[in-house]
Structures are given as structure tokens and as C-alpha cells.
Ligand binder design. Structure first.
Ligand code: FAD
Length: 441
């Protein structure tokens, strides 16, 4: 019997679980990953013990049909139970272990290529994945699991700000406190989950100076609460859109508490997104998304307490406003910014600027060779809101004319244009399982 051969491009959470699900169904898989580690991806590669999962262990199983899988793994290591917000690096180790076990079981059905994929060409109903080395891999199907794009570089970042280590593009890749003294200030661009990670890294490194985090709205992720009511009164998709839906959620928040009001929408966010028009989606992204993100993607209570302690000590502040210019300064950088609602510019002299702006979403602006090539050859297109790769309901990539490919797919955060809620583990694990069943059938 000839086995179906699938090339999976990207070995973060999505690609790793996609691979495991395909192997479980008897397929042959070539997993292509350009980074050093396979499994943890960007989210779970951190080495910092301070970086915790923002979802309790009991909801972080890699497998939809084995809900206790991760919590049991954690308990076997004496690292806590299902209510624990475990260290992200432990989750990375869990993923590595899962892939190792799947690889042993699959034997020669799994091949791993540690390279960058630079093109995918359709040829005679098959997919040819071209690698940076010039080699090609021929497969029946190819699945893009490329994860999030790098954040935009703020305007005005001169080359010397990078080379002198004043500007840090990736907060997880280096010691962002290196060389700083207590008289220095650090500017974090962004106030979301990445800024929280960066503030914790500075704190752990003993940085005693001041940190200011700025974003347009200055919204900071809210915390989970042990007293959360997990009641879900909703049994069907609310037949509401736009401002009516917002009013409904506000009313529910009065009745159940805001956490439960947000959480009970969770099973319905994908159908709600599917039902909404492009204009409604754009309005959500423009006006509501920052609010949705901070209420929906919450941080562990212990992290929130630590952040609040830093704010009370005057070591950390969050602000809303716009960064107007960045240039080299005497002791680092010179930054002009305009606080929200003000006409006046203010000046900062940070010794370090850390980009915590979160991923940019427009695949056409990413400067990723593979995406550039696939767009150029018309094999993929941006979704209507330009927040990822356009796919149909079966995660088949849509070409430049809107035709679904029979053999090229995408999974993970890149498919947010089609389903919106596809960032967290509980959503991605269901998506990759469904696609594995379809692709290996
Ligand atoms: C900091 C952070 C913390 C998070 N915490 C949680 C949490 O606690 N709970 C939760 O449920 N969710 C969390 N998430 C969300 C979620 O788990 C991630 O979005 C998820 O891990 C996405 O995985 P991915 O594989 O799609 O992307 P990535 O992890 O970005 O992996 C994509 C991989 O593709 C590779 N790649 C890209 N292009 C190519 C190419 N051309 N050739 C070869 N390889 C390529 C990259 O090197 C990368 O390794 C977090 C996300 C982040 C960023």
C-alpha cells in the first residue's frame, strides 16, 4: 500500500501537532523547520522560569480527545496539577517529548529537514517543496504551519541602534537587561503579553531602573481569577452582530462577571466570525480587537500580582500614545512620543528599546521568502482583512483567483482571517486533528 506523503512546513506547536496527528493516521511526513529547536516554536522556546502559560494546565493538552494529557504529564514530574499555570518552557519540553515519541513509533515514516522552505510548486497534482539548499521534497500534500510573523520595525530605527544593542527586535532572543544600570530607562513598544514577558525578564535580571511600556491604547492584559465563574449560559451562537453583540456581552458581564461573559462566547467566536461580513470583521479589528485581546488572553494571577507590584514601586508604567520619532541619542536613543489625547510631544531617552508590538499580520509585507514567492506565483493570497493566508472551510489555500488548492493547506495563526480564534492551543489542536483526518483519508 502506498502511503500518503505530507510535507509540513514549520515545526512550532501547529506543525508539530499536525505531524503527530498525521503519523497517527499512517501518513508519511516530512517536517521542515528552519529553527534550531523542533516542537516549542516561538511561544514555548523561552528558557525563563518566569514565563508562565496563560491557560491552566488542565486546558493545555495537545490532544482534543485526551483532555488531561498535559496535566497528567506535569503531575508525573511533580510540577503541579490541572489548575497550575505551568512554566512555558515545561510545555516546550512536553512538545519535544511528544515529537520524539511519535518519531520512534513512526520509524522511517517521519523525515525531518532542518532547513528553510523557499518555494512550493504544484507539479502533476503533487507538491514540490524547494529548500534553501536547492534540494526539493516531493509530497502528495503540503501544509503551511508558519506561525506568526515578526513585528513591524518602528519607523526611525537607525542601523546603529540595532548594532549597538539599543534596539532589541526580539525580546526572547537575548538578555534585554544586559549592560543596563539603575539610572537607565527602558522603553517597551507595546503593552500586551510580550511586554509582560519583557517586564518580567527585566525584573528577574535585577534591573532597578524605570520601564515604560507604550501602545496606542495602553491596554494591559487582564488577569485570570481563582474566583472565576465558569458558567456558560449560551447554548447557541448569539444571533447578534456589532454593537448589539457588544451590548449583550456587557449585560452578561453584569450578570456573570466579565470573565465568564467573555469565556462563554469562546465556543461561538469562530461561527460568529464566519457569519460576519468583511466590513464587520474590519470594524471589529479596528475598534474592538485591542479590548477583546486583553480580556480574552489573560495572564496568570501570580504574574499579574508581580506586574502590579512593579507598577506600585514606580519601576514599571504603562501609557497610551504614539511614538513619533526614534533617533540615536547621547546615552541610547532619543524618542519623541505623543500621549493619547494630547497635542504636546514628550521626549524620552531610553538606554534600550524593546519591540513588544506583537506579530504583524500582513503576509505581503512580511519579507518572508516563502510567502513572497507563493504570493508572486499566485498560489496563495491574503484574506480579505489582510491578517493571514486565505483558506476555505477545509483549510485549503485559496489561490490569487480564489480557487481552493487540492493539495496546499495552511494551519495555525496564519488562518485567522478565515476563523479568527486560532491562536491558542485549545483551538489549534482541534484544527490540526481535523485536517489530519481529511488529508490522510
Ligand atoms: C509568547 C507566547 C505565549 C503564548 N502562550 C500561550 C499559552 O499559554 N497558552 C495558549 O494556549 N497559547 C499560547 N500562545 C499561543 C499559541 O500557543 C501559539 O500561537 C502557537 O504556539 C503557534 O504555534 P505555530 O506553530 O503556529 O507558530 P510558531 O511557534 O511561530 O512556529 C512556526 C514555525 O515555523 C517555522 N517556519 C516559518 N517559516 C518557515 C519556512 N519558510 N521554512 C521552515 N520553517 C519555517 C518557524 O521557524 C517556526 O518555528 C502563546 C503565544 C506566544 C507568542
Amino acid at each position: 500500500m502506498s502511503r500518503r506523503h505530507v510535507a509540513v512546513i514549520g515545526g512550532g506547536y501547529s506543525g508539530t501537532l499536525q505531524t503527530i496527528q498525521l503519523l497517527r493516521r499512517g501518513a508519511m511526513v516530512t517536517l521542515i523547520e528552519r529553527a534550531e529547536r523542533l516542537g516549542p516554536g516561538i511561544a514555548y522556546s523561552t528558557r525563563h522560569s518566569d514565563h508562565l502559560l496563560n491557560v491552566a494546565a488542565g486546558r493545555m493538552s495537545a490532544f482534543p480527545d485526551e483532555p488531561g494529557h498535559f496535566a497528567d504529564w506535569l503531575a508525573r514530574r511533580g510540577e503541579g496539577g490541572p489548575a497550575e499555570f505551568a512554566q512555558r518552557k515545561l510545555y516546550g519540553a512536553y512538545l519535544e517529548e511528544l515529537l520524539d515519541a511519535a518519531s520512534v513509533e513512526a520509524g522511517d515514516r517521519l523525515r525531518i529537514d532542518r532547513q528553510e522552505a523557499v518555494d512550493i510548486v504544484s507539479s502533476g497534482g503533487r507538491e514540490m517543496v524547494r529548500l534553501r539548499s536547492g534540494d526539493s521534497i516531493e509530497a502528495d500534500k503540503a501544509i503551511l504551519a508558519l506561525g506568526n510573523l515578526e513585528p513591524d520595525v518602528p519607523p526611525g530605527i537607525a542601523p546603529e541602534l540595532r548594532s549597538d544593542g539599543i534596539y532589541v527586535a526580539d525580546p526572547w532572543a537575548s538578555d534585554i537587561a544586559a549592560g543596563l544600570g539603575d539610572a537607565d530607562m527602558v522603553l517597551l513598544i507595546g503593552t500586551g503579553l510580550t511586554a509582560i514577558d519583557a517586564a518580567l525578564m527585566l525584573d528577574s535580571a535585577g534591573f532597578g531602573g524605570r520601564t515604560l511600556a507604550i501602545s496606542r491604547r495602553g491596554l494591559v492584559p487582564r488577569a485570570h481569577s481563582a474566583a472565576d465563574r465558569h458558567s456558560s449560559g449560551l447554548e447557541a451562537v448569539p444571533e447578534l452582530q456589532g454593537s448589539k453583540l457588544v451590548r449583550f456581552v456587557r449585560r452578561e458581564a453584569g450578570r456573570l462577571g466579565w470573565r465568564a461573559a467573555v469565556d462563554q462566547l469562546r465556543p461561538f467566536t469562530q461561527p460568529l466570525w464566519a457569519k460576519s461580513s468583511p466590513e464587520q470583521r474590519r470594524r471589529f479589528l479596528r475598534h474592538l480587537r485591542p479590548w477583546w485581546d486583553v480580556h480574552r488572553h489573560r495572564i496568570a494571577p501570580s504574574i499579574s500580582a508581580r506586574i502590579q507590584g512593579m507598577e506600585r514601586d514606580g519601576r514599571l508604567a504603562f501609557a497610551s500614545g504614539k511614538i513619533v520619532s526614534v533617533s540615536p541619542g547621547e546615552r541610547g536613543a532619543a524618542v519623541e512620543w505623543r500621549p493619547r489625547g494630547s497635542e504636546e510631544f514628550e521626549r524620552l531617552e531610553p538606554a534600550r528599546i524593546v519591540n513588544c508590538a506583537g506579530p504583524q499580520m500582513d503576509i505581503a509585507r512580511a519579507g518572508e521568502p516563502l510567502l513572497d514567492r507563493l504570493l508572486e506565483t499566485g498560489r496563495i493570497r491574503s484574506d480579505v482583512c489582510r491578517i493571514g493566508i486565505d483558506v476555505d472551510a477545509e483549510y485549503r489555500a485559496l489561490d490569487s483567483r480564489g480557487h481552493a488548492s487540492p493539495s496546499l493547506y495552511a494551519v495555525g495563526p496564519m488562518t485567522r482571517g478565515a476563523v479568527w480564534e486560532i491562536v491558542a492551543v485549545p483551538d489549534i489542536r482541534g484544527q490540526v486533528q481535523a485536517l489530519a483526518s481529511r488529508v490522510s483519508a
